[in-house]
Design a binder for this molecule. Structure first.
Ligand code: AMP
Ligand code: MG
Length: 350
């Protein structure tokens, strides 16, 4: 593995590697991605192998301009009303943290979509991601650059620690701004359905195209060959230590235990908890807050919390606590994505 900078020259080295069927991890505005040529079956197989990702979990195809969507998706086969919604979404939320599930073009190998007839496509806003895609093949399949089921990477060092020699290059582009994965929106259903909450809040999507459904589609008569969207797997995004998710009052009521770690949403609940646990002072290195910014509204707090979430969980995991107690975030804005990740992290215990 070789660490690269964000210089044009280095991005071209990574792009050449992708063109040659190899893998390069790169920064995006959501989390770091593990990129390979979306048209090359052996590159796609390498991605699954490097992540130890089950083949039923499809990959997101990343593009660097709107015109390239045509290479991956058969937009013309959508009903006109859905095409209109697609246009509105692309105009307003692309480039950005929104992945759209659309009818697939045959040029995208079935391996990329785990055999599903739909492809997930995203146009990231990160300038390094855009250059890498443009300099390589125009369509880069890239799941998060972490071993399957584990915490997502928001820094180059997270990728290095977790994937090491399983990746050829890592482009270091600093910290991911948003810090949680993209929102996955399925436009092959009407109404559209959010398969995974993420960096584009439901409120922003609904303001553009009206009501969208959330979560699992209703049970089918015939079993599907794969989860409709594997972000729906009950256990995912999990640290090594068991994680317990608490509402505000339960969190404030917990008693301090020195071998456990505590993850507060904001300073208010932490303050209340501190007062209760003051006699047990010490152990501060095991107590964390996702949103520390004073006097900001809920929306700003969830933005800050999302950006810190995975980095703090990586730090906590290195402390090897016997348990992690995490406070739920408010559910609005990026809070829905934060709670989704924490719930799935908690599900690993079951
Ligand atoms: P990750 O690559 O780790 O960001 O996860 C990608 C997520 O995108 C998957 O877990 C799925 O939820 C979703 N996804 C990718 N491709 C498809 C598809 N063809 N249909 C539905 N969901 C998809
Ligand atoms: Mg992932």
């Amino acid at each position: 593995m070789r660490m690269l900078t964000s210089s044009d020259e280095d991005i071209r080295i990574a792009a050449e590697a992708i063109k040659a069927g190899r893998l390069a991890a790169f920064p995006t505005e959501t989390v770091y991605g593990l990129g390979g040529d979306a048209f090359n079956v052996s590159a796609l197989a390498r991605i699954f192998e490097a992540k130890r990702r089950p083949r039923f979990d499809p990959l997101i195809v990343h593009i660097a301009d709107l015109a390239s969507l045509d290479m991956a998706a058969d937009v013309g086969s959508l009903p006109p009303s859905v095409r209109t919604k697609l246009c509105v979404l692309c105009r307003n939320l692309w480039p950005g943290p929104l992945t759209l599930v659309l009818p697939k073009r045959p040029s995208i190998p079935a391996l990329a979509t785990s055999g599903l007839p739909a492809v997930a496509a995203r146009f990231p806003s990160h300038p390094i991601a855009q250059k890498l895609i443009r300099y390589s093949t125009g369509a880069v399949a890239a799941p998060s650059a972490n071993p399957f089921g584990y915490l997502s990477p928001t820094k180059a060092s997270h990728v290095q620690e977790q994937l090491g020699e399983r990746v050829d290059f890592i482009i270091d582009g600093g910290c991911a701004d948003i810090g949680v994965e993209s929102t996955v929106l399925d436009l092959t259903e009407e109404p559209a359905r959010i398969l995974r909450p993420g960096g584009a809040p439901r409120e922003a999507i609904e303001a553009l195209i009206g009501h969208v459904e959330m979560g699992h589609p209703p049970a089918q008569d015939t079993p599907r060959p794969a989860p409709h969207s594997p972000g729906q797997l009950a256990s995912h995004y999990a640290p090594k230590a068991p994680l317990f998710l608490h509402n505000d009052s339960d969190m404030a009521g917990l008693s301090f235990c020195p071998d456990e770690a505590y993850l507060f949403f904001d300073e208010e609940t932490r303050g209340a908890w501190n007062m209760r646990n003051a006699p047990n002072a010490g152990g501060d290195e095991r107590i964390f807050t996702l949103a520390t910014g004073a006097n900001t509204g809920t929306a700003d707090k969830t933005l800050e919390a999302a950006a810190n979430l995975f980095d703090i969980l990586h730090t906590i995991d290195k402390l090897k606590p016997s348990a992690i107690h995490a406070q739920k975030s408010p559910d609005s804005g990026l809070g829905a994505a934060i709670n989704d990740r924490l719930m799935r992290a908690a599900a690993k215990r079951n």
